[in-house]
Design a protein around this ligand. Structure first.
Ligand code: PLP
Length: 350
């Protein structure tokens, strides 16, 4: 199959300036993986899919937005790009900037970034700077510096990020033949929920694909959109959504309202349970990526939502390999035996 880069495949829907120069790593085209066991466990008689965004080139959906943002930035001559990141934006910006021959500077909150993400940003050659503060502090700093100097900001405040991220909604509609009844996804800085809603609306105008209700899910210790106010010290094991002042919070609330959906919060324990449930269907995701589905499960189990006959897509935003430490912390360690066949037999048969 000839796989056109996303922003060419969907060029009539993705609004990029003329000056853009295509920078791509073959992002997108991620699968919709059926989740029959989880659907059964939640009562059955509905169709449930994971949109497995962990299969993008740097392991998260951020690549969809980054191909667009970097293509625009390099086309206008930007030599340096900068972002604040809980990890995945950093790895993605680093990869696409390197590909474009640009310098990437990434600011990450001290001590709260998963090992695989930090390693990625370093491996792709970014200048990685830890700041003694939160993601929200880092975002404030990169916004300020990009206003003062010719450095391109590639956080999702950059409108081209959303232009690229919309393509996930198009792919879902193309594969299902229409929009699903519900879309559930984690919400951190709220760029992705905003992009999905833009994407579904735009595709419907051209292709009459309909609209999903959107269920946005935050972690309970980091749920400013549920509580209705910013959080100064957000806490959750789901580090990708550990954000107290979502840059696109207003738009996220609007997407939930317009779509007839909502934004809710789930506990870290619910997130980890859903991470395990997904892994037991062969889909290993990082904790944040399980939050959307954990929210759906919560709604169903509390009797607030009847999934019967529905088609539901859970966006699994990033790969489990990004955050190996959480497995070491939350699962039993491997068993250790002498290098002898008897010991092996005793252990697995005995
Ligand atoms: C960035 C990210 C999120 C949150 O997306 P927002 O656009 O910030 O709401 C969720 N999961 C993963 C894995 C991410 O990298």
């Amino acid at each position: 199959m000839n796989r056109f880069p996303l922003i060419q495949r969907y060029s009539i829907f993705v609004d990029l300036p003329e000056h853009s120069r295509l920078i791509t790593l073959s992002e997108g085209y991620t699968p919709l993986i059926p989740l029959p066991h989880i659907a059964n466990h939640l009562g059955g008689s509905f169709h449930l899919y994971a949109k497995y965004e962990g299969l993008n080139p740097t392991g998260s959906f951020k690549d969809r937005g980054m191909t667009a943002a970097i293509s625009e930035a390099v086309g206008r001559g930007a030599q340096t790009v900068i972002c604040a990141s809980t990890g995945n934006t950093a790895a993605s910006a680093a990869a696409y900037a390197s590909r474009a021959g640009q310098k990437a500077v990434v600011l990450i909150p001290e001590g709260k970034v998963a090992a695989g993400k930090l390693a990625g940003a370093v491996a792709y050659g970014a200048q990685v700077i830890q700041i003694a503060g939160s993601f929200d502090d880092a975002l404030r700093m990169v916004v300020q510096i990009s206003e003062r100097h010719p450095i391109a900001l590639v956080n999702s405040l950059n409108p081209y990020r959303l232009e690229g991220q919309k393509t996930a909604a198009f792919e879902i509609c193309d594969e299902l033949g229409k929009a699903p009844d519900w879309l559930c996804l984690p919400v951190g800085n709220a760029g992705n929920i905003t992009a999905y809603w833009m994407g579904f609306k735009q595709y419907h105008e051209y292709k009459a694909t309909g609209f999903p209700h959107i269920l946005g899910v935050q972690a309970a210790g980091s749920a400013p959109l549920v509580l209705g106010h910013p959080i100064d010290h957000p806490e959750t094991i789901a580090t990708a959504i550990r954000i107290g002042r979502p840059a696109r919070g207003e738009q996220a609330l609007q997407a939930a309202e317009e779509s007839g959906g909502k934004i809710i919060a789930v506990s870290d324990q619910q997130i980890l349970e859903m991470q395990r449930a997904l892994a037991s269907e062969g889909v290993w995701v990082e904790p944040a990526s399980a939050a959307g589905l954990a929210g759906l499960a919560d709604e169903i189990q509390k009797g607030k939502f009847d999934p019967k006959g529905k088609c539901i897509v859970a966006v699994c935003t990033g790969h489990g390999l990004k955050d190996p430490d959480i497995i070491a912390k939350s699962m039993p360690a491997p068993q250790r035996i002498p290098a002898e066949i008897d010991a092996l037999e005793d252990l697995i048969l005995g």
